[in-house]
Design a protein around this ligand. Sequence first.
Ligand code: BG6
Length: 461
Amino acid sequence: MSVDYQFPEGFWWGSAASATQMEGSKNGVSGETIWDHWFQTEPNRFFEGVGPDQTSDFYSRYKEDIKNMKTIGHNSFRLSLSWARLIPGGEGDVNLEAVDFYSKVIDELLANDVEPFVNLFHFDMPIEMQEKGGWESREVIDAYVTYAKVAFDLFGDRVKKWFTFNEPIVPVEGGYLYDFHYPNVVDAKRAIQVAYHTMIAHAKVVKLYHAEQDGKIGIVLNLTPSYPRSQNPADLKAAHICDLFFNRSFLDPAVKGEYPVDLIALLEEHGQLPETQPEDNQLLQSNIVDLLGVNYYQPRRVKAKDHMPNPDSPFMPDWFFDNYEMPGRKMNVYRGWEIYEQGIYDIMVNLRDHYGNIESFISENGMGVQDEGRFLKDGRIEDDYRIDFIKGHLKWLHKATSEGCNVKGYHLWTFMDNWSWMNAYKNRYGFYSVDLATGERTAKKSASWFAEVSKQNGFNS
Ligand code: BG6
């Protein structure tokens, strides 16, 4: 039986999650991450004072969760390993309890025909590594490469799709520019060093993987298209610079093995180039990704600046553009993000036309909504808004596949309601709701709808 939007055979249907957000950092033996540390020192920064201790307790309930994944037609699922759990402190002895846990999770996924996509780093720096300087330190890069080797040696026989980082720009923005991640530094020069070193760490791990393993390795980037307010050259320039800072600073080195010349020139002009080593260029050039995960939630709209920045204020990417609120934009008011479905298509066309049509997939897309209890009917959350959101994006993704874009799948953020960093449990994103008091999981309407989509490899409008 054919459907209106039929996806290519073997399309990856699933969802994504991360260790800190679902395992519960107080479950089992684990080292501490920057999140545990920050929550202990500044609990007021977290919505309703809720921290990462328990989260949705995947650590104890993974069997039930994986069974539910199968029930709703997942053929793939992205999780992340916690560096601090696998190697408490970030370097030294491997935690055998963690090896056992991740091994069982991977085996359970495979036994349920759900392919594990495994990510090595999702915002969760071990606190000891942060104290050594985090990504500002080359020593930490070495420790990360050792951690990656441990993970590949332990699980590489069963896991064939690996990712070095999830949204590496976010710790740069949050931790070193805009004060929404630990270590809460506001310093563009340091931010740029962190971004650069993250890519060096990435390339070293890609090199290691290709030398020793036989699957695919990639990176997950949040590509946020920068749309100019108008076609006026000043607005176009603002959008171009914004794209350089927030997309191409990771996309170009990951896929093309080099930084955009315009970005280098701009940083040089303002005395903001990072410290480099002579062998770095060759390392980046020779170690590009096999596969790209694309997280897409919202577009970015920009315009030329209305006012010149104060020359004494600290250098910031925002010196070159102002954010622009398009009149009449469609919003997810709970998260404060614009909903613009066509963005997913524009990203894919850009990858097709300017990035060698690299193999990619939507590794996150989703809609966080507050107080979903309002939509409870006969014990189930009727989240039609989420179904509409997914459908709207899938229609554009379908158009991309039919026009030759090399996109292989769609993963929702996220499988079950989980802990969202500073927003804690404010907005719920899951296919399954989680009762925080009892831990009970209940499928939302979107879960049943998605099961059909996966079964039919497509859907009707
Ligand atoms: C992505 C992250 O940025 O968006 C997730 O990879 C995150 O970790 C998700 O949870 C949704 O954003 P938020 O801030 O609402 O949790």
